[in-house]
Write a protein that binds this ligand. Structure first.
Ligand code: IPD
Ligand code: CA
Length: 250
């Protein structure tokens, strides 16, 4: 599959999810209707968004790992889909949640060729392919800030940290895009909790925007798989700040 085609599909998915979610009241959104693939509760907003996304994606020859349903579809292209990343925000009316879609030529993240994240409330679209990353069609890059008096997204501080600001917004997919565009300088989440569909697209977008993304040991995430149960730790920043972050968290 070509990246251009993946972009077209992703845009259709984003549009469909936005429309479907907008029709739900906050009361409806938070209703628990089952369990996702990793056992965490599925809310109506997750299920409605997933249904809208899969209606489009299942027309393609793709193997999809989606947060609620698990594996569906069949094809050589792998898709990691998070129909709503930031469910807590979506059900409380906090305008920070997204659709996240990652396309890979294999089940491994190293073969990712397209990443897409759409912010469902602010109408901001991020995507990346072939070493370039874009927000609303304009090329983006990570910040140049290279010391620890930076602005950080950090899950969660357990000691006093030297950052200028710390924020935690609640959608890892979108937070990684904030790093890709230099809105924040770094993203750190080493709780061993992030699932592959939460972050696969965001990781690729940060890398294409010139960032370095590794686990808490400084190892690349290329061998991470689009699999149920995969857990990912992330340190993302420009290469120079990344080095300082590794010292800080070790
Ligand atoms: C969550 C978000 C959040 C992260 C959690 C994820 P969900 O995904 O990405 O930022 O801290 O670990 O589970 O459940 O809203 O799709
Ligand atoms: Ca998620």
């Amino acid at each position: 599959m070509e990246a251009e085609y993946a972009l077209r599909i992703s845009r259709n998915v984003a549009k469909a999810v936005r429309k479907a979610v907008a029709q739900l009241s906050l009361e409806q959104r938070k209703k628990v209707v089952g369990n996702g693939v990793d056992g965490s509760p599925s809310k109506l907003v997750d299920v409605v968004a997933e249904r809208a996304a899969l209606e489009i994606l299942l027309k393609e020859k793709v193997t999809i790992l989606s947060e609620e349903k698990g594996f569906v579809g069949e094809g050589d292209t792998y898709v990691a889909l998070d129909p709503i990343d930031g469910t807590f925000n979506a059900e409380r009316g906090i305008p920070f949640y997204s659709v996240s879609i990652c396309f890979s030529d294999s089940e491994s993240l190293k073969d990712t060729f397209f990443g897409y994240v759409y912010s469902l409330e602010s109408d901001e679209e991020y995507f990346a392919a072939e070493g370039e990353a874009f927000k609303n069609e304009k090329m983006i890059s990570v910040s140049k800030k290279d010391d620890l008096t930076c602005d950080a997204i950090f899950y969660y501080p357990t000691k006093l940290l030297p950052f200028k600001r710390i924020r935690i917004f609640g959608s890892a997919a979108l937070e990684l895009c904030y790093i890709a565009e230099g809105r924040f300088d770094c993203f750190v989440d080493v709780r061993n909790m992030l699932r592959v569909f939460d972050v696969a697209a965001g990781i690729f977008i940060v890398k294409c925007a010139g960032g370095k993304v590794t686990d808490n040991n400084g190892l690349p995430l290329d061998n991470k798989k689009i699999r149920v149960g995969e857990r990912i730790n992330i340190v993302a920043a420009n290469p120079s700040l990344h080095k300082k972050l590794m010292e800080l968290i070790k």
